[in-house]
Design a protein around this ligand. Structure first.
Ligand code: ATP
Ligand code: MG
Length: 453
C-alpha cells in the first residue's frame, strides 16, 4: 500500500480553474468576483439571434484551436496579440504548432477560403464563442473571454460598413442600452496601404525628433510598429501623441469618399459619432473604416465592441482577393455594463412552484406537472429525494425564493378529493383557489395567460 492510499481519509485538494478563466454560473450560486450570471448570458444570446436574423446574417462555428501560422500571418507578427498574448503549444502527437484562437476573424476567413465559400457570392456571417489571450486578468479583461463576432465577406461598399455599425446599435436597443448615453460610437479611417505608408514615415520622423520623451515600450514600438505608439495607454505619452501627424491628413480622394459615405449613412439614420483620428486597432489587417463602441462605466476596459474593414486579409490567407468588414464584441464587458447600469432584465423565474407534502403519490403529481408543462408553463417541482419532502414551511420558503408567480399545493386532503390548490405568490399574494386534477389541461391554459400578464 502506498502512502497516498493509506491516507485516503485525508481530504482531497480542491481543484480550481485556470487563472483568468471563469465559470459562467446561475445567479443562485454565490461567487466573489463580479461576473455576469448565466441568465443574463442567455438573454444576450436571444437578443443577438433576433438582431442577426433581422439583418440576414448566418450562423457558423469554427474550431477553437487553429494552426499558429494562421494568426501570425493574419494578425501580423508584431501585434500585441501575436507577440505576447497567444496560448500556443506543440501537439505532442505530431509536432504541429497550434494556438487557442485569440480572435475569430482569422479562423472564419480560413474556413471560407478552405470551402471556397465566396464562389457563389458574398456572405454575411456571425458566431459566438470563447477567445484566449494571455493578459493580466482584471475586471473586464480575462484570459478566456467570449465574443460575438460578425463578418461580411465579399462586400466593397461603405453601405456594409454602416450596416455593421447599425447592427450593433440594434443590439444595444434590444438590450435597453441607449447609444450616446451608455455607449458611444467612435470612427476613423485607416486609408489604404500607400496612404498609411506615407503617414508612417511622417510619424517616424516626428517621434524620432522626440525620442527622449518616449517611454520604453514606445521606443521599442518605434523600431517595430510605430503606429502602435498611438495606442499607448500611458498618460505621460498623451500630449506627444496628440501632436503627432494624423493619418486622416494623408488620405487620398477614394479613401475620403468611402469614409464620407459611411458618415453620410450614419447621419441619415441619426446616429451620433465622434471621429477619433487616434483610433487604431490591435490587428494589422484593418484598412479604411475602423470603429469602436465605448463606455465610460467600465474604467480602462471601456471598449465593448470594435471592428472595421479588412480588404486584404482574405488574399493574405491564400484566398481569392475579396473585400470584407466585421466586428468583435466582448460579451463579458457588455454584460458587466448591463449589470452596472441595472437595466431591467427579462424574468427567468418559473411560473409555478409545486409544493409536495410527504404522503402524496408522486407519480400522480408528476403527471399533473407534465400537463402544465405541456401547456407551456415553466414548472419547478419541489423534489424531496432521500431525505423526504421537507416541511411545508421550508417548501414555501423555496417557492418564494424561486420567484415563481404561483405555488401549486398538493395538500393530502384536497388530493384525496381530486383537487389541488393554486396559490398566488406575487401579485395578489395569498389568494388561492381549488382546481380539479382531472381537468388540468383546461385550467393550465388560464394559468399560462395569467403568468404571461
Ligand atoms: P483592448 O484594447 O481592451 O485590449 P482589443 O482591441 O484588444 O481590446 P479586440 O481584439 O478588438 O480588442 O476584441 C474585440 C472586443 O473583445 C474588445 O472590444 C473587448 O470588448 C473584448 N476583449 C478583448 N480582449 C479581452 C479580454 N482579454 N477580456 C475580455 N474581453 C476582451
Ligand atoms: Mg487587447
Amino acid at each position: 500500500m502506498t502512502t497516498e492510499n493509506s491516507t485516503a481519509a485525508k481530504k482531497a485538494e480542491k481543484l480550481v480553474a485556470v487563472k483568468g478563466m471563469n465559470d459562467i454560473l446561475p445567479a443562485s450560486v454565490p461567487r466573489t468576483e463580479k461576473l455576469p450570471d448565466s441568465a443574463l448570458w442567455q438573454w444576450f444570446e436571444t437578443a443577438v439571434r433576433a438582431v442577426m436574423g433581422r439583418y440576414g446574417y448566418q450562423y457558423l462555428l469554427t474550431p477553437i484551436v487553429e494552426p499558429t501560422a494562421l494568426f501570425v500571418r493574419g494578425l501580423g507578427e508584431v501585434t500585441d496579440i501575436v507577440e505576447k498574448e497567444m496560448y500556443s503549444f506543440v501537439d505532442s502527437m505530431n509536432g504541429d504548432r497550434l494556438t487557442l484562437r485569440p480572435e475569430a476573424t482569422a479562423g472564419i476567413v480560413r474556413a471560407m477560403n478552405e470551402h471556397n465559400a465566396l464562389y457563389n457570392g458574398p456572405l454575411r456571417l456571425w458566431t459566438v464563442g470563447p477567445m484566449f489571450r494571455h493578459e493580466r486578468p482584471q475586471k473586464g479583461r480575462y484570459r478566456q473571454f467570449h465574443q460575438l463576432d460578425v463578418e461580411a465577406l465579399g462586400f466593397a461598399g461603405p453601405d456594409v460598413d454602416a450596416e455593421m455599425i447599425l447592427m450593433a446599435r440594434a443590439l444595444w436597443r434590444e438590450l435597453g442600452l441607449v447609444e450616446g448615453e451608455h455607449v458611444r460610437l467612435e470612427i476613423n479611417s485607416l486609408g489604404q496601404a500607400g496612404e498609411r505608408h506615407a503617414h508612417r514615415e511622417a510619424l517616424v520622423r516626428y517621434f524620432q525628433q522626440h525620442v527622449a520623451a518616449l517611454d520604453a515600450d514606445s521606443q521599442r514600438r518605434l523600431q517595430t510598429n510605430p503606429l502602435r505608439i498611438l495606442d499607448s495607454k500611458n498618460p505621460a505619452m498623451q500630449p506627444l501623441i496628440e501632436g503627432a501627424p494624423k493619418l486622416l491628413e494623408f488620405l487620398g480622394e477614394e479613401s475620403l469618399a468611402h469614409f464620407d459615405a459611411v458618415r453620410a449613412t450614419l447621419d441619415a439614420v441619426g446616429l451620433a459619432y465622434r471621429v477619433n483620428p487616434r483610433l487604431v486597432r490591435g490587428m494589422d489587417y484593418y484598412n479604411l473604416t475602423v470603429f469602436e463602441w465605448v463606455t465610460e462605466q467600465l474604467g480602462s476596459q471601456g471598449t465593448v465592441c470594435g471592428g472595421g474593414r479588412y480588404d486584404g486579409l482574405i488574399e493574405q490567407l491564400g484566398g481569392k482577393p475579396a473585400p470584407a468588414v466585421g466586428f468583435g464584441l466582448g460579451i463579458e464587458r457588455l454584460l458587466l455594463l448591463l449589470q452596472e447600469l441595472k437595466l431591467p432584465v427579462p424574468d427567468s423565474a418559473p411560473d409555478v412552484y409545486a409544493i409536495v407534502p410527504a404522503g402524496v403519490p408522486l407519480p400522480a403529481v408528476v403527471a399533473t406537472l407534465e400537463t402544465l408543462r405541456g401547456a407551456g408553463l415553466r414548472v419547478l417541482q419541489h423534489a424531496g429525494g432521500r431525505d423526504g419532502a421537507g416541511s411545508m414551511k421550508s417548501q414555501f420558503k423555496r417557492a418564494d425564493a424561486s420567484g415563481a408567480r404561483f405555488a401549486l399545493v398538493f395538500g393530502p386532503d384536497e388530493f384525496a378529493q381530486g383537487m389541488v390548490t393554486v396559490k398566488a405568490l406575487r401579485d395578489g399574494a395569498g389568494a388561492q383557489e381549488l382546481r380539479p386534477l382531472d381537468a388540468t389541461a383546461a385550467w393550465a391554459g388560464a394559468l399560462k395567460l395569467q403568468s404571461a400578464a
